[in-house]
Design a protein around this ligand. Structure first.
Ligand SMILES: [Zn+2]
Length: 214
């Protein structure tokens, strides 16, 4: 169980940081934290993320019913609910529009999984989900089958979503996703990126399975 006040403050800090890092603009993006087995706290609809206060957060049940809060929940609530329902270990979800990672998604590309150790350790495979209109159940329908076995997804012509047992790691994953995309883009501008060898990848996978993230 996560306490509501602590979660609300953590979401405010996360949104502020996403905005400061340029991973969202204006009312873009949405963040949620699981408060218990059947309820979560999520950012409100249509508010500037950089200016949110803890009191504005909206508590909803896992089936999407409004439980408390004076605002309506994020328009992307369905995306969050699908992840919590499909991934019992998910304790927090971050959806943002990180510019370079979203550039990959606009070009119809997933993030190469075999170039950077940090990508392997923190993100694993980051597949590209086909386009569906944001904030509609059609997006959730495409995302849902890709949740198992992943912790981050690119959304075609839209953005990215990450999740983790806690908000700190979900946020780290979003920042790392964007940073990795920038590095891959730089490598492609310089020349042809050299993939890690199967042995190097196996060594990283071993570390991923045996240690927590540093
Ligand atoms: Zn979005």
């Amino acid at each position: 169980m996560t306490d509501r006040t602590g979660a609300a403050h953590a979401i405010v800090r996360c949104c502020r940081r996403l905005w400061e890092a340029g991973l969202i603009a204006g009312a873009d993006g949405n963040v949620s934290v699981r408060l218990g087995p059947d309820r979560l706290l999520v950012t409100p609809r249509g508010r500037l993320k950089a200016d949110l206060t803890p009191e504005e957060m909206v508590e909803v049940s896992l089936d999407g019913a409004h439980l408390s809060g004076s605002h309506r929940a994020s328009t992307e609530l369905d995306l969050h609910l699908r992840i919590y329902r499909r991934s019992p270990e998910a304790g927090a979800v971050v959806h943002a529009h990180p510019p370079t990672a979203t550039g990959f998604a606009l070009a119809g590309q997933s993030l190469p999984p075999d170039l950077l150790p940090e990508t392997v350790l923190l993100l694993g495979q980051v597949p590209l989900v086909r386009y569906a209109t944001p904030s509609t159940p059609a997006l959730g329908d495409l995302v849902e089958p890709m949740i198992a076995g992943h912790v981050a997804l690119l959304l075609a012509n839209h953005g990215a979503v990450t999740w983790a047992p806690d908000l700190a790691l979900a946020q780290i994953r979003m920042e790392s996703l964007e940073h990795a995309a920038r590095i891959v883009l730089a490598a492609r501008a310089v020349g042809t990126p050299v993939p890690l060898t199967p042995e190097q990848l196996a060594s990283l996978e071993h570390r991923r399975g045996s240690s927590t993230h540093g």
